[in-house]
Design a protein around this ligand. Structure first.
Ligand SMILES: [Zn+2]
Length: 76
């Protein structure tokens, strides 16, 4: 049985946005975005994903998340 080391590529996102509700509070959110480098994390052409590529994808996810509105527990 081969042993694989699954390396994790992660990116930490932080944002401070205004509540989407009526209170106008500032909300801080933190989130970790990650993918693992492993034999199953492949591209559509079958090649293994490279760390730089994963980081680029995570950056895209992070930027999309930053655009999402947040609502505080009082307005939810
Ligand atoms: Zn609110």
């Amino acid at each position: 049985m081969p042993t694989y080391t699954f390396n994790k590529v992660s990116l930490y996102g932080e944002k401070s946005v205004k509540c989407a509700g009526d209170c106008g509070r500032r909300l801080r959110r933190k989130r970790e975005f990650f993918q693992t480098l492993n034999p199953f994390n492949k591209n559509v052409d079958g090649s293994l994903k490279q760390p730089e590529q994963i980081r680029a994808e995570l950056t895209e996810d992070l930027n999309a998340w930053k655009q999402q509105p947040e609502t505080c527990i009082h307005c939810a």
